[in-house]
Design a protein around this ligand. Structure first.
Ligand SMILES: Nc1ncnc2c1ncn2[C@@H]1O[C@H](COP(=O)(O)OP(=O)(O)OP(=O)(O)O)[C@@H](O)[C@H]1O
Length: 293
C-alpha cells in the first residue's frame, strides 16, 4: 500500500489548516494511500516529520501550511536518498511557492489537485549549508519582516509586511554590499538585495517574472542607494513586472553567488529570519517533484 504523510501547521495564516485535514485524509484514502497525520507544534517539526517520512519510504507528503512550513518540509527532503512527491495546500498569509507553481490559493481547489495533477521537477536553492525554495533577501526591509508578529499576520495578512516595510523606508537605511557572481563583481550601497528562485516574492507575482522554478538560475536584483523620491518608481516597476529595467536596479542571473558586507546584516530566507552575511548561494536543479495543475 502507498503511504502518504500530511504535515499540518495549525498556526499558519488564518489558523484554518486543521479544518481541511479530514477532507484531505478521505481523498488520500480513496486514492489508496495509508495516511499519517503529523501536526506541527513548533519550529523545525515539519523538517523532522519529513525526514522520518523519507526514511520510512513514504510515497507522498502533503504540506498544509504557509511558506514557512513548506520551507521546513523541503529542508527535510533535500538530503534524503528517497524523496516522496510533494503536494501543497496553501494555508499561509503569502504562499509564494504555491503562487509560483500556479497552485490554486483556494484550499478547496488545491485539494482537488490530489486527484488530478501533473508532476513538475523544481529547483532548490542552497544558502551555505541550508536550503531555500523562494527567496533570499538582505537589507533593512528584509529585516523588517521579523517585526511583524504572528497576530498581526493573522489579522492583516500581507498588508502587515507592507506597513512594516514603509515604516523602515522612512529612515532610508542602506548597507554596503559586495557581491561576486559567476566570475563577476558588484560593490556598492544598496537598499535591498533579492535573490529569487521563483517569480513570486511577498505575494507580488511580478517581481521576478523571468524566474522559472526549473531554470537552474538564481535571479538577482540589487536596489541602489536611492532616496525616498525614487521609491514610487521602484514600487511601480515591481507591480508591472519591470523591476529589472528600472535604472536604479541592477539585475543579473547566476548559478552561484557570494554576498558579504562589512556591516552586520541578517538575511531573510523564504520569509523567515535566516543566516548572517557572508553567504554563498547556489542551485540544485530539478531536485524535488511537486504536484501541480
Ligand atoms: N503549532 C505551531 N504554533 C506556532 N508556530 C508553529 C507551529 N507549528 C509550526 N510553527 C512555526 O510557524 C512558522 C510559520 O508557519 P507558516 O509559514 O506555515 O505560516 P504563516 O507564517 O502564517 O504563512 P506565510 O509564511 O505564508 O506568511 C513555521 O516556520 C513553524 O516554525
Amino acid at each position: 500500500m502507498n503511504k502518504a504523510m500530511m504535515i499540518v501547521n495549525p498556526s499558519s495564516g488564518k489558523e484554518e489548516a486543521v479544518d481541511y485535514v479530514e477532507e484531505i485524509e478521505q481523498i488520500l484514502s480513496q486514492q489508496g494511500y495509508e495516511v499519517k497525520i503529523s501536526q506541527t507544534e513548533k519550529e523545525l517539526d515539519a523538517t523532522k516529520f519529513c525526514q522520518n517520512a523519507c526514511k520510512d519510504e513514504y510515497d507522498l507528503i502533503i504540506s498544509i501550511g504557509g511558506d514557512g512550513t513548506l520551507h521546513e518540509t523541503i529542508n527535510g527532503l533535500i538530503d534524503e536518498h528517497h524523496r516522496p512527491k510533494l503536494g501543497i495546500i496553501p494555508m499561509g498569509t503569502v504562499n509564494d511557492f504555491a503562487r509560483a507553481l500556479n497552485i490554486p490559493l483556494d484550499p478547496k481547489e488545491a485539494i482537488e489537485l490530489i486527484r488530478h495533477h501533473k508532476i513538475r521537477k523544481v529547483d532548490i536553492g542552497k544558502i551555505n549549508e541550508d536550503y531555500f525554495v523562494n527567496i533570499v533577501a538582505a537589507g533593512a526591509i528584509a529585516e523588517a519582516v521579523y517585526e511583524v508578529s504572528p497576530e498581526e499576520k493573522t489579522k492583516m495578512g500581507p498588508l502587515a509586511y507592507v506597513l512594516e516595510g514603509v515604516k523602515t523606508l522612512a529612515s532610508n537605511p542602506t548597507y554596503p554590499l559586495a557581491i561576486e557572481y559567476d566570475g563577476q563583481y558588484w560593490e556598492g550601497n544598496s537598499l535591498l538585495f533579492l535573490a529569487a528562485l521563483t517569480n513570486s516574492i511577498g505575494g507580488f507575482e511580478k517581481i521576478a517574472p523571468d524566474a522559472e522554478v526549473d531554470d537552474g538560475m538564481i535571479h538577482c536584483y540589487i536596489i541602489d542607494d536611492i532616496n525616498v523620491l525614487k521609491l514610487p518608481a521602484v514600487m511601480s516597476s515591481i507591480m508591472t513586472g519591470k523591476l529589472k529595467k528600472n535604472k536604479d536596479v541592477t539585475y543579473f542571473k547566476a548559478k552561484s553567488i557570494k554576498l558579504s558586507s562589512p556591516d552586520e546584516l541578517i538575511t531573510n530566507v523564504d520569509g523567515e529570519e535566516g543566516q548572517k552575511l557572508p553567504i554563498e548561494l547556489g542551485v540544485i536543479s530539478n531536485h524535488i517533484e511537486v504536484m501541480v495543475p
